[in-house]
Design a protein around this ligand. Structure first.
Ligand code: C2E
Ligand code: MG
Ligand code: MG
Ligand code: MG
Length: 288
């Protein structure tokens, strides 16, 4: 509408629309300064073996400590960061911080893996190896072995530009870094697509887990996803597991790993020690 009335555009905007745009522009500006002012931080949430509780990885989840608004959740700013391209510097900061923390834990003998979320915009360049090069540089800088780092992507990347995505993901996989497919079931990747990509782990979206004990259709979808993952030699994580009955149901279905408030909420690094002691087997060689 605004486009059609473009010539007089200011006069035709409703007050609501004006406010919306203003809010967006303000958000974009404060997001820009947030990068420079170091207002971001990471919280970490464990992904654990469904049966033993042993840790598979910690997922790094971005938080924005806004000077006025307090802690802003990622769903409220990542979409705008993606549209404006700010996700690139922000995403690089995320990788740096996650690797810095990971190398600290490794030095303490806690050999956990780190799962890092990456937006499709970070991977879709003219040069599909650019992201892998950047990642490789940071792995070296923080002296982290690549097999401890896992990248979470969503189905949207697979749909966007298959050939470029395949190259970008293959370059990442060639470093020795594993790839997870996040929020699975909410997009529309087909089986034939999935098979082509170097994916190690499928994360079943929380929306299926939420109702699986009450809703037979959701339970059946979860079963189907697990069977599919197993046929493709991929491991499975269920997201958003909040109760013990959910965990044991998933265990019965053969879902390898779970993540959710039942195990732990995402925590800042300085509150993580007791959790790490619970889920990480310390390698004997590193004990002194
Ligand atoms: P995601 O990658 O699917 O992350 C899981 C989300 O579910 C997280 O929300 C987590 O806090 C939440 N969650 C985990 N377990 C439970 C549970 O048992 N119950 C409930 N109600 N929620 C649970 P969060 O941290 O708000 O992140 C939202 C989304 O923002 C993420 O979804 C991811 O898509 C995106 N995101 C977060 N950090 C980054 C980042 O560094 N880069 C990019 N590109 N995206 C990020
Ligand atoms: Mg994720
Ligand atoms: Mg997810
Ligand atoms: Mg999700």
């Amino acid at each position: 509408q605004a486009k059609q009335d473009g010539r007089n555009c200011f006069g035709y905007f409703s007050a609501d629309m004006n406010n919306n745009m203003l809010a967006r522009i303000t958000l974009e500006q404060s997001l820009r300064s947030a990068v420079l002012q170091h207002e971001f931080c990471l919280h970490y949430q464990p992904i654990v073996d469904t049966s033993s509780g042993e840790g598979l990885a910690l997922e790094a989840l971005l938080r924005w400590r806004h000077p006025q608004k307090g802690l802003v959740p990622p769903d409220e700013f990542i979409p705008i960061a993606e549209e404006t391209g700010l996700i690139e510097p922000i995403g690089e900061w995320v990788i740096q911080q996650a690797l810095r923390d990971l190398s600290d834990w490794h030095r303490q003998g806690m050999m956990i893996n780190m799962a890092i979320n990456v937006s499709s915009r970070q991977l879709s360049h003219g040069d599909p190896t650019q992201f892998a090069c950047m990642l490789n540089g940071l792995l070296q800088k923080f002296d982290v072995a690549p097999q401890y780092v896992h990248i979470e992507i969503t189905e949207s990347i697979l749909m966007a530009d298959t050939e470029l995505s395949l190259k970008a993901l293959t370059a990442i996989r060639h470093l020795g870094v594993e790839i997870y497919l996040d929020d699975f079931g909410t997009g529309y990747s087909s089986l034939s697509y999935l098979k082509q990509f170097p994916i190690s782990v499928i994360k079943i979206d929380k929306s299926f887990v939420d109702n699986m004990l009450e809703d037979r259709a959701d339970a059946n979808l979860i079963k189907a996803i697990i069977n599919m993952g197993q046929s493709l030699d991929m491991r499975l994580v269920a997201e958003g597991v909040e109760t013990e009955p959910q965990r044991s149901f998933l265990q019965g279905l053969g879902c390898d790993f779970v993540q959710g408030y039942l195990i732990s909420k995402p925590l800042p690094s300085n509150e993580l020690a007791p959790l790490l002691r619970r889920i990480v087997k310390v390698k004997p060689a590193t004990l002194t």
